[in-house]
Structures are given as structure tokens and as C-alpha cells.
Design a protein around this ligand. Structure first.
Ligand SMILES: Cc1cc2nc3c(=O)[nH]c(=O)nc-3n(C[C@H](O)[C@H](O)[C@H](O)COP(=O)(O)OP(=O)(O)OC[C@H]3O[C@@H](n4cnc5c(N)ncnc54)[C@H](O)[C@@H]3O)c2cc1C
Length: 386
């Protein structure tokens, strides 16, 4: 049987998950090139929340959310810890009627799929779930005990392992330095090992690096970087006496991280025209920790003071900065590009953990069978072309 040769640049959750989905086709020959370690870049900085309902991904994409969530649950069931699931539940706070409507639809969808979910307006009950919250100025909150957050690095490594079991190859510590074209068509790539590889298809899964890898084929990949500044707080008294759920407001979110609390400004509240929020920066210059701006911690502390006053006196333990790759409509870019044979699976922004499984499933089908899907049509490169 003639095999289709696919080279994937980038071994974050996007590349590892796509590699696995491609390896399920017996005529696919897949190599993932990762210049560093699997799941070590933006994926490692992620909060990893995959909530059954919140405002991070529109209900229109419910199936994407559900496929992601259930893929990781199955992974975790096959081998405990392989997706790093922490089942804390999620509390999504309705601060206005629009958010309330989104939450209520999300709850109905989750219940239809067999999960628990309730919309709570009894403020004492909300405080039972999260004693440190302020229930002033809120309409209610959606709550489920069934979800929580996962570990993006564990998931990426599990997908890489599964892909290798299916015959795929992973090359870590290998940087792609050139994408080779014959005429207008991509035919392979070169790496910093000095080796040339022939491919029928090359997929750019480099997230925040896509701006730079796209240059190798003369493609202007329309992404911005939004700053993802995460802060780890040690609550007053050092240890909370309750299970801190994933807590979602339109402006920010919080979750437990061991005995600490992780907080971050939400990606949909970032303004691509504000140079404090967004720009084009070099992800290779990011420090491993720190590098954050006072603006973000001040913003988050103001949010906590108004919304979760019980933890505002926490100590700041550590912080990190990462870049999220965001197209202007905050949705990924998947599939073919104007360069024949050069595909993109990038621009996952603040939702890559949720979105990678469904995106990879559909993109693998397109690459291997030439069959498109409604999701690929929605998230196609061509929507961003003027
Ligand atoms: C603070 C923070 C919180 C987040 N919270 C959530 C959340 O709660 N839920 C959610 O779903 N998502 C969340 N996200 C988003 C999610 O983490 C990202 O969308 C996702 O990790 C992006 O994955 P990726 O594979 O596209 O990119 P990356 O993980 O950055 O991987 C790209 C890889 O490409 C490699 N690479 C680049 N250039 C080359 C080259 N030339 N050759 C070889 N390799 C190369 C890099 O080394 C890197 O490993 C969050 C992100 C951050 C930063």
C-alpha cells in the first residue's frame, strides 16, 4: 500500500494530538519534529481547563468541547494520570443575562450528554460551593461536579506514546529550519540535524511560532500573540478547607494548583489593539518563570477584591508569562493554506486543550481522505483572507 508521508512541525498538544489521529490511518507515515520537548511550550503553561460549560468556546462548538473532554476521560480511564485529570468541578458565574443564557444552554447540552449540571440562584448554596465568593452583583452560577482541569503536557506525551505505538515517529530536540518547495508545492523539509525529509504534506502545529514558520513558505500567518500571564497564589491560612472549583468569570478564571490557586485573565477579554494585551513577540525569548507585567496582577487583584474577597489577601508564590496564538476572531486556523501541501493547525489561543482532539480528528480525515467537515469549513484559513 502506498503511504502518505506527513511531517508535523511542533510537538505541543496540537502536533502530538494530530500525530496520534493521523497514525490511526494505516496508510499514514507520520513524523513529528519538536525542537525542544513534547508539550513543553505553551501547552506546559496552560491551566488545562476543559469545562462542560463556560464562555471560553461558544455553544455552537459543543461537539468540539465534548469530544475533547471525553477523549481525555478515556485516556485517564485507560491509564490513571495519563491526562492528569483533577476533578474539581466548575462554577461559572453569571454576571449578566447574556452570560446566564450561555450557561443555561451549556447545562442543557451537558445534561443531554449524561453529565450533571445545575443553574443555582440560591446565594447560600453558591457560597457552600465557594465560601470565599461574593454573591453581590451576580444573577446566579452554573455548577457541575463532573469536570475540572487536565495536564496538557501529560496529554501531549500520552498522545505521542500512542502515536509511536501505531508506527509514528517523534523527533525531539530537532528544529525544522527550512520547508522545501518545488514550484508552488511543498515537498519536504530540512532540520538542524542537516537532514532533508520528503513529505506529501507538512502541517505547521507551532502555535505562537507559526508567524515564523509560515515565513519559511512565504505565508503570512494571521495570528497575534496575546499575553497569558498566570499567577499562583497561596491562600490566607496556607490551605483551603474546601475543594476550590474551576471558577469562571468573563474577565478571568481561577483553579486550584496543589494548595495554591492559579489565576489568569481570560483570553476572550484580551484586546488585540491594546499593546499591553497583544502584539507580535518572539516566543523563544520567554523566560521559564516570571516576566509578568504589574498591569495583570493589579487587574486580577482588583477582580478578586470585588468577586472573591476571601482570597484577596493571598501571597504571590510565582508567576509565568506565555503567548497565546490568536487569529482576530479568536478561533483556530485549520487545514489547507494558499501554499499547496502546507497545512495549519494553529491559533488555538486560550482553548487548545479543549479543541485539539476534535480539530485533529477532522484534520486527519481531510489529509488522509480528502473529506472536509463543517468544523474545518468554519475554521479554514480562507476566512481570514481579505
Ligand atoms: C496561561 C495559559 C492558560 C491556558 N489555559 C487553557 C485552558 O484552561 N484550557 C485550554 O483549552 N487551553 C488553555 N490554554 C491554551 C492552550 O494551552 C494552548 O492553546 C495550547 O497549548 C497550544 O498548543 P500548541 O501545540 O498549538 O502550541 P505549543 O504548546 O506552544 O507547541 C508548539 C511547539 O512547536 C515547537 N516548534 C516551534 N517552532 C519549531 C520548529 N521550527 N521546529 C520544531 N519545533 C518547533 C515549539 O517548541 C513548541 O513545543 C492556556 C494557555 C496559557 C498560556
Amino acid at each position: 500500500m502506498e503511504k502518505k508521508k506527513i511531517g508535523i512541525i511542533g510537538g505541543g498538544i496540537s502536533g502530538a494530538c494530530l500525530g496520534y489521529h493521523l497514525s490511526l490511518y494505516d496508510n499514514a507515515e507520520v513524523i513529528v519534529f519538536e525542537k525542544d520537548t513534547i508539550g513543553g511550550a505553551s501547552t506546559a503553561k496552560s491551566a488545562g481547563t476543559v469545562c462542560l460549560f463556560d464562555d471560553s468556546l461558544r455553544n455552537r462548538y459543543w461537539d468540539v468541547r465534548l469530544y475533547g473532554f471525553e477523549s481525555y476521560l478515556k485516556m485517564e480511564a485507560e491509564e490513571k494520570g495519563s491526562a492528569g485529570f483533577d476533578k474539581t468541578g466548575t462554577l461559572v458565574v453569571a454576571t449578566n443575562e447574556q452570560v446566564e443564557a450561555t450557561i443555561k444552554t451549556g447545562i442543557a447540552l451537558a445534561k443531554a450528554a449524561g453529565y450533571n449540571g445545575e443553574y443555582i440562584t440560591d446565594k447560600d448554596r453558591i457560597k457552600e460551593i465557594l465560601p470565599d465568593i461574593s454573591t453581590e452583583n451576580i444573577l446566579g452560577a452554573g455548577y457541575t461536579q463532573d469536570d475540572g482541569y487536565f495536564d496538557g503536557t501529560m496529554i501531549s506525551n500520552t498522545y505521542a506514546k500512542k502515536m509511536q505505538k501505531n508506527g509514528g515517529t517523534i523527533k525531539t530536540g530537532v528544529k525544522v529550519t527550512e520547508v522545501i518547495k518545488e514550484g508552488d508545492k511543498v515537498t519536504g523539509l530540512k532540520t538542524d540535524e542537516g537532514i532533508t525529509y520528503d513529505f506529501d504534506v507538512v502541517v505547521d502545529c507551532t502555535g505562537p511560532w507559526s508567524k515564523f514558520t509560515g515565513d519559511m513558505v512565504g505565508l503570512d500567518v494571521p495570528i497575534w500573540h496575546t499575553k497569558a500571564e498566570a499567577f499562583f497564589l497561596c491562600p490566607p491560612g496556607k490551605k483551603l478547607s474546601y475543594t476550590f472549583p474551576v471558577l469562571k468569570y468573563p474577565e478571568f478564571y481561577a483553579l486550584r494548583a496543589g494548595d495554591n490557586i492559579f489565576i489568569c485573565k481570560s483570553h476572550l477579554s484580551m484586546d488585540l489593539n491594546n499593546p499591553m494585551h497583544a502584539g507580535q513577540w518572539d516566543p523563544d525569548k520567554l523566560p521559564a518563570t516570571g516576566g509578568t507585567d504589574d498591569y495583570f496582577i493589579d487587574f486580577l487583584l482588583d477582580q478578586l477584591e470585588a468577586k472573591v474577597p476571601g482570597i484577596v489577601d493571598s501571597g504571590l508564590v510565582s508567576s509565568w508569562l506565555s503567548y497565546r496564538a490568536e487569529p482576530k476572531d479568536f478561533l483556530p486556523i485549520l487545514g489547507e493554506t494558499p501554499v499547496e501541501g502546507y497545512y495549519l493547525a494553529t491559533g488555538y489561543g486560550g482553548n487548545g486543550v479543549i479543541e485539539a482532539p476534535a480539530s485533529s480528528r477532522d484534520l486527519a480525515k481531510l489529509i488522509m481522505r480528502g473529506e472536509s467537515t463543517p468544523l474545518l469549513e468554519d475554521w479554514a484559513f480562507k476566512r481570514l483572507m481579505k
